[in-house]
Design a protein around this ligand. Structure first.
Ligand code: MEV
Length: 335
């Protein structure tokens, strides 16, 4: 049967990287989604069409009647490896392999730190399973998605795959195989703006770099990780009170700690400082770092100014609402 699956991207408000080591993180789905269409193929082959995975920095050159298009293949290829792994692990889990044509589209740029890889993985898992006539629970989809991220990245927390599966606004923490997901019943209507700067490193590189430092200097980096956990716990309380000033302060603290872990870059820091000096209550990198997105929180009346200033120093900016629905599966039964 033909299947259409969508899954949202996400922003990490607090706790990225530390979540890999058992600290809590606060994360919310955004209103941009990944779309996967799946159609069974009787010849048993698997084809993937991912032309529309939007990559920032596509360069189109017109010269003497010829058009040359250059893309950042370094970013596209990892996205394809999440797709491949998703098909491989799902067919192994179902103990069944069927031919399928998968068409993938994304409303978000790949590799921006907005959880595109997790959304691609989770939507592909569901699309592949349902197109073969199988049903999976959300728990199974999220679990398999996590396996895909671990296989591709080497190390991963279940944060991104959980939020894209369930959606909403959640606190997430895990220990070994036990995952605690708490849907935060808070007002998700936060005045935030995102700005994207060119990604210099992949998620995998950043996660492995932190792991390396932690194993060499556990006393120092371990304490930074613990402090990020403390900031996240305080942020949960501030969110419940909808205390924007305290949330801003905690975002700034979180960014400083991420910078000490070594995952920020000069460009990210420039956008963070520009956002703060134009009136944001707080700003931090969001996601794995090494480039990618900065998230700034502001009072609503200053949001436009903050966005304008951030746009000067970044590739693009966007506003988003938080807490959109998780994975959605639509099945078109053949007659
Ligand atoms: C990446 O979006 C978030 C990290 O914490 C890695 C992970 O949780 O797997 C950096």
């Amino acid at each position: 049967m033909r299947v259409y699956v969508t899954a949202p991207g996400k922003v990490t408000l607090f706790g990225e990287h530390a979540v890999v080591y058992g600290q809590p993180a606060i994360v919310a789905s955004i209103d941009k989604r990944v779309h996967v269409f799946a159609e069974p193929r009787p010849d048993g082959t698997i084809t993937i069409e991912a032309r529309d995975l939007r990559v920032p920095g596509v360069i189109v050159t017109y010269k003497e009647g010829e058009v040359t298009v250059e893309t950042e293949y370094g970013l596209v290829l990892p996205a394809i490896s999440y797709l491949n792994k998703a098909v491989e692990l799902t067919s192994r889990y179902l103990d069944s392999r069927h031919g399928v044509k998968l068409v993938v589209r994304s409303e978000m740029p790949v590799g921006a730190g907005l959880g595109t890889s997790a959304a691609v993985a989770v939507a592909t898992i569901a699309a592949y399973a349902y197109s073969g006539g199988y049903e999976l629970s959300r728990d199974e989809i999220a679990r398999l998605g996590w396996e895909v991220e671990k296989a591709v990245q080497g190390v991963a927390s279940p944060m991104d795959t959980s939020i894209t599966t369930y959606g909403g606004f959640m606190k997430i923490e895990y220990s070994g195989e036990i995952i605690e997901r708490q849907n935060l019943g808070v007002n998700g209507d936060l005045p935030i703006v995102l700005a994207y700067v060119e990604r210099e490193f992949k998620t995998r590189d950043m996660v492995l770099m932190v792991r390396d430092k932690l194993s060499k200097y556990p006393q120092l980096y371990g304490r930074i990780i613990e402090l990020i956990g403390e900031v996240t716990r305080a942020a949960e309380k501030a969110l419940v009170r909808h205390d924007l000033h305290e949330l801003g302060l905690l975002m700034n603290l979180n960014h400083g700690l991420l910078d000490s872990l070594g995952v920020s870059t000069r460009k990210l820091n420039e956008v963070v400082y520009a956002a703060r000096s134009s009136g944001a209550l707080g700003a931090k990198l969001t996601g794995a770092g090494g480039g990618g997105c900065v998230i700034a929180l502001s009072q609503s009346e200053k949001l436009e100014t903050v966005e304008t200033i951030m746009r000067f120093l970044s590739e693009f900016t966007m506003k988003t609402s938080l807490g959109s629905e998780g994975i959605k599966v639509e099945i078109e039964k053949s007659s």
